[in-house]
Design a protein around this ligand. Structure first.
Ligand SMILES: [Zn+2]
Length: 279
């Protein structure tokens, strides 16, 4: 803090020794003030980032993480598309930081050939390995046999929906484990990102629901999704808008882009089944 400014201009236009000393004090004080202002200015204009979550400090979600990593038996493997790293709003880091490091593994890449990933291959071949991948060959995760000592390996693919699909189809080793799906009635809390349909969940939410079942701890969902809810609230306060799912927007005439082929095909199949029912 700079000293208070105290200027004695004296009288008669002649500078005495004391007056010179006062002037020096004044100049030093001015110099101190300038220095202080300069050191404060960057603080005001700099976009300070939290080093842990890389979000600006004012929207940092770190305080919403559990106070210590959640104790789980399940081993979580996240196969992450490399582009995920460049996106600023991601949910996988929230999951990684909420779980013990020895229980949560992130493997980045688009292709995971057997030769380059022998450890991953071993995991995939384990009868305890399941992969979250909804579809006709997936079983309901709630039907899995569970005991207090069951230690599943849970595989998740982290990326946009298209990237996740691409990773799944390009990697034969991902066909090995048992596919599971979750039946979760609540809508995604990730309301600032457009989900494909009302039952689609983010990587964090999918993992939270799966872990709540595998660990038989229903409160895991709220604990794990707390930072996500905080992130969405921050974004909404700073001008982001709440996104309806793609399915909702198409059904309600709010979709302004070209209709996706998959949607048109679904509509065509629905129409055909209606016609067949009528016959
Ligand atoms: Zn943070």
């Amino acid at each position: 803090m700079a000293a208070p400014i105290n200027v004695n201009t004296g009288s008669g236009g002649q500078n005495t020794e004391n007056e010179d000393s006062d002037l020096c004090d004044f100049l030093f004080t001015l110099s101190d003030l300038a220095e202080e202002t300069m050191t404060q200015l960057p603080v005001l204009i700099r976009r300070d980032e939290c080093k842990a979550c890389t979000r600006p400090i004012r929207v940092c979600w770190c305080p919403y993480l559990p106070p210590k990593p959640i104790d789980i038996k399940t081993n979580v493997y996240i196969l992450q598309h490399p582009y995920e790293l460049s996106r600023c709003l991601r949910t996988a880091p929230m999951l990684v930081r909420s779980l013990p490091s020895e229980k949560c593994h992130v493997i980045q890449g688009k292709k995971f050939p057997r030769s380059r990933h022998p450890d991953l291959l071993e995991v995939m071949e384990s009868p305890k390995t399941i992969m979250l991948s909804p579809g006709p060959d997936a079983i309901d995760i709630e039907t899995l046999p569970l005991t207090d000592i069951t230690e599943y390996n849970l595989i998740l693919i982290d990326g946009t929906w298209a990237q996740a699909k691409g990773i799944y189809y390009q990697n034969p080793i991902l066909k090995i484990p048992q596919k599971v799906q979750i039946n979760y009635s609540s809508k995604s809390k990730y309301i600032i990102r457009t989900q494909p349909n009302d039952s689609s969940l983010s990587t964090l939410e999918s993992a939270a629901v799966a872990l709540s079942i595998l660990e038989n701890k229903p409160d895991i969902i709220d604990i794990l999704t707390k930072p996500l809810v905080a992130l969405c609230n921050f974004q909404l306060q700073h001008g982001a808008t709440s996104h309806q799912s793609k399915e909702y927007r198409i059904k309600n005439g709010l979709w302004t882009k070209k209709l996706p082929k998959s949607w048109l095909k679904k509509q065509e199949n629905a129409e055909n089944s209606k016609t067949n029912d009528a016959v």
